[in-house]
Design a protein. Sequence first.
Length: 87
Amino acid sequence: MENQNHEKEISFTFNGKRIKGIEGQPIAAALMANGIRAIRTCTVTGEPRGIYCGIGHCYECRATVNQKRNIRTCLKCLEENMDIKSE
Ligand code: FES
């Protein structure tokens, strides 16, 4: 479905929950638009992590996307039915 800005609204899952985004937008932006700030958990401290630099340098936004680990969600474009999981 296209919105008034001629963007295609699509759905995807994050940790098993189906949510909506705009096709082609960065995954991290789609998560933020859905109120999701914590994309992964720090393996050392257990603290939640999310977008920090937004340009692919810090790796704080990593997630598993369609079974591929360590995908930087600030760089990867959203596609229909993507399966995204926290790390
Ligand atoms: S937010 Fe820094 S690499 Fe994605």
